[in-house]
Design a binder for this molecule. Structure first.
Ligand SMILES: Nc1ncnc2c1ncn2[C@@H]1O[C@H](COP(=O)(O)OP(=O)(O)OP(=O)(O)O)[C@@H](O)[C@H]1O
Ligand SMILES: CC(C)(CO)[C@@H](O)C(=O)[O-]
Ligand code: BAL
Length: 289
């Protein structure tokens, strides 16, 4: 596996992959501190493309001033070994100065789908995500790119950005969402889970548990507002410090719903346990009649 840390080396390495034939190149963007969720994206990419390019970049522009940019885990050597073992051809791991050279002044901002949920709780976050993913697409010029459904709103923002800016990746359905990979107790895998103490980690399983229960209630015909209030109460009594949001939303527009309307819906939750903010989301499937 080649590791590129400058745009020149990246450009040559991508050109080298292209010279190897008409094969498809898949991009898997990450912030590192890799776990089975990331490796699942890489395996899907390997299955569907000929060459996989992974990126590791802890993107300062998507962190708020009081967020965990400094504390975010960085373990490039360990991550590179994992990616190499999965058959990744090229790792793009730029420095902050390489990604945002002095004088960088551009911002990509996606309206609508980025505005509620994590966009409301983390002002500027999705501008940072859209800006860096736009750059990654231009730098690597992949045929397709893989993202986790764990960051469901992020996936919607990236799809809207790619559509609106004509970042037409050549492969049909080029932005591929991969279902969330979970721990045995249901907690969605996340690099931030490592911030949790053993007690907090045990308590965190209340998040997917309360979500499944709320979904069963809503699908069974219960009032959604009451089911979401019950979810918040359960999480608080399990040890969560606060719930940023717990929202039933239209799965495509992410507009909040007060009741199922027959279209695919999604339950999305962000909550804090101590200083750690966890997010999760699940499909809400009305029972077939
Ligand atoms: N449990 C998971 N299942 C599937 N995909 C995942 C999972 N966790 C992360 N991903 C995906 O991996 C990609 C890189 O994510 P990132 O490096 O931010 O990891 P993360 O574990 O989500 O970290 P964080 O704790 O910052 O949320 C994103 O597309 C993200 O949605
Ligand atoms: C897509 C991404 C790599 C952009 O920095 C990041 O938001 C992530 O890891 O989900
Ligand atoms: N996985 C999303 C990246 C972030 O929380 O900044």
């Amino acid at each position: 596996m080649q590791i590129a840390t400058t745009r020149d080396v990246l450009r040559n390495a991508v050109a080298g992959l292209r010279r190897q034939g008409a094969g498809r190149i898949a991009l898997v963007p990450t912030m590192g501190a890799l776990h089975e969720g990331h490796l699942t994206l890489v395996r899907r990419a390997r299955a569907e493309a000929d060459h996989v390019v992974a990126s590791i970049f802890v993107n300062p522009r998507q962190f708020g001033p009081k967020e965990d940019l400094a504390a975010y885990p960085r373990q490039l050597a360990e991550d590179a070994a994992m990616l190499e073992a999965e058959g990744v051809a090229l790792l793009w791991a730029p420095t902050v100065e390489e990604m945002y050279p002095a004088g960088f002044v551009t911002n990509v901002s996606v309206a609508g789908v980025s505005e509620g949920l994590c966009g409301a709780a983390r002002p500027g976050h999705f501008d940072g995500v859209a800006t860096v993913v736009c750059k990654l697409f231009n730098q690597v010029q992949p045929d397709m790119a893989f993202f986790g459904e764990k960051d469901f709103q992020q996936l919607a923002v990236i799809r809207a950005m790619a559509r609106d800016l004509d970042l037409t990746l050549p492969h049909a359905d080029a932005i591929i969402g991969v279902p969330t990979v979970r721990e045995a107790d249901g907690l969605a895998m996340s690099s931030r889970n490592r911030y949790l103490s053993p007690e907090q980690r045990a308590a965190a399983a209340a998040l997917p548990r309360a979500m499944r229960k709320a979904i069963a209630a809503i699908v069974g015909g219960a009032n959604a507002t009451a089911a979401l209030a019950e979810l918040e109460a359960e999480m608080t009594s399990a040890g969560f410090t606060s719930v940023d949001y717990a929202v039933l939303a239209d799965a495509a527009s992410l507009a909040p719903l007060t009741a199922l309307d027959g279209a695919p819906a999604r339950l999305l939750v962000a909550a804090r346990i101590g200083g750690t903010r966890l997010i999760d989301n699940m499909a809400v499937m009305p029972a077939l009649k």
